[in-house]
Design a protein around this ligand. Structure first.
Ligand SMILES: [Zn+2]
Length: 68
């Protein structure tokens, strides 16, 4: 199953591009979720996935990972 290319916004993975097909994705220790926004990059318009503020707590990794 081929996902869509999306761009991450905020957190340590901000600016990264990922392929995903679900409402959320994990970049390293960080959880991102689909926002309603889109961002133009070269080649087209990508859906924006925003950093989930409490993602680090949710994964129990706290400040041991590069998370805001
Ligand atoms: Zn995070």
């Amino acid at each position: 199953m081929v996902g869509d290319l999306v761009v991450l916004q905020g957190g340590p993975g901000g600016g990264q591009q990922m392929e995903t097909s679900g409402p959320t994705l994990v970049w390293r220790a960080c959880l991102y979720e689909r926002s309603g926004e889109h961002q133009w990059v070269k080649g087209g318009e990508l859906r924006v996935y925003a950093h989930v503020v409490d993602c680090c707590e949710g994964y129990g990794r706290g400040d041991t990972e590069q998370c805001e």
